[in-house]
Ligand binder design. Structure first.
Ligand code: CP
Length: 331
């Protein structure tokens, strides 16, 4: 299964999103609706979080077969704040370590009336595989698939950029570091491109640059100073050591590719710095930048809950509409 399969698979017969496997194929209007709903759920730090009952009576299972802090917890908070029952399973506490297949794990939880599976897996194609085997009323949300896709991260990144910098069509965005192994870079770039970003730059050493067939329309820079010069947004990435052999030396990488107090002034005045996390301070970003006034990293995390509320509410509403229509046809 490939990401194109996910793109076709994620819609019902009427074209509504039933799963969220990839941002490929989502147009400007559909993305903007999701971002606007996410914005509706955003609250300031210290205020009471947004809550409603969009998922009352529904059960959400978080299946994380790769480590996660932000995505897992934010999906749990999002589902809980929308009134769902939530269960969490990770690789080490699941029967997959005893040899159970991922589909048998899914069938087991489906028998307990789980309605939404939130899935992270190190193997490409697993969310699409699961989506093609669940019952018609069940949805699958991709929470990070190998190097391929991380759709809700892409949405929260563009929401953060929109909040900080306004119209994406006027912006120069530089994605810096290990682009080759990054599912975040792929999903964020897909969303930025669909929303008409002014300029998209990939800034990476040759060995961490993705294949020429990927990231259509993006400029490529193999020198940091060229890539970030005049950029309005810099998104720096963690080195995905778990997806490569011969990872670079951290100190050497920081000297050449780290976003620091020395090189950030090359960007446009007031440029904003993003990092999807988890970040390695002193490798891809200095602590001074990560904690400084140009950093949007905590805003990204806060937006993560709102984006996942918007996605859950949208998907569950679409499934309800489909069920009502199917009931009318049968009745
Ligand atoms: N950005 C992101 O996916 O973080 P986690 O691995 O902590 O979920």
């Amino acid at each position: 299964l490939n990401i194109d399969t996910g793109r076709d698979l994620q819609r019902d017969h009427a074209g509504r999103l039933r799963h969220l496997l990839t941002l490929e194929g989502l147009g400007r209007e559909e993305l903007t609706q999701l971002l606007d709903l996410a914005q509706f759920y955003v609250r300031h730090s210290g205020d009471m979080p947004a809550r409603d009952q969009s998922l009352a009576g529904r059960t959400v299972a978080n299946l994380f077969f790769e480590p996660s802090t932000r995505t897992r917890v934010s999906f749990e908070l999002a589902a809980t704040r929308l009134g769902a029952d939530v269960v969490n399973l990770d690789l080490h506490s699941s029967s997959r370590v005893k040899g159970e297949t991922v589909l048998d794990t899914i069938y087991t939880l489906q028998a307990m009336q789980v309605d939404v599976f939130v899935m992270r897996d190190s193997e490409p194609g697993v969310p699409a595989l699961v989506a093609s085997h669940v019952q018609p009323h069940v949805s699958v949300l991709n929470a990070g698939e190998a190097h391929v896709s991380h759709p809700t991260q892409g949405l929260l990144d563009v929401l953060t950029i929109r909040q900080r910098k306004g119209d994406l069509r006027k912006l120069r965005v530089a994605i810096v570091g290990d682009v080759k192994h990054s599912r975040v870079a792929r999903s964020t770039a897909t969303a930025l491109t669909a929303l008409g970003v002014g300029e998209l730059r990939l800034v990476a050493p040759e060995n961490l640059m993705p294949a020429a067939t990927e990231f259509p329309g993006a400029e490529r820079h193999t020198a940091l100073v060229d890539g970030i010069r005049g950029a309005d947004v810099i998104m720096t990435l963690r080195i995905q050591r778990e997806r490569m052999s011969g990872a670079p030396d951290p100190d050497a990488f920081c000297r050449e590719w780290g976003i620091t107090e020395q090189n950030l002034p090359l960007a446009a005045p007031g440029a904003v710095v993003l990092h999807p996390g988890p970040m390695n301070r002193g490798v891809e970003i200095s602590s001074g930048i990560a904690d400084g006034p140009q950093s949007a990293i905590q805003q990204q995390v806060r937006n993560g809950v709102a984006v996942r509320m918007a996605v859950l509410a949208t998907i569950v509403r679409n499934v309800q509409v489909r069920n009502v229509e199917a009931g009318r046809r049968e009745g």
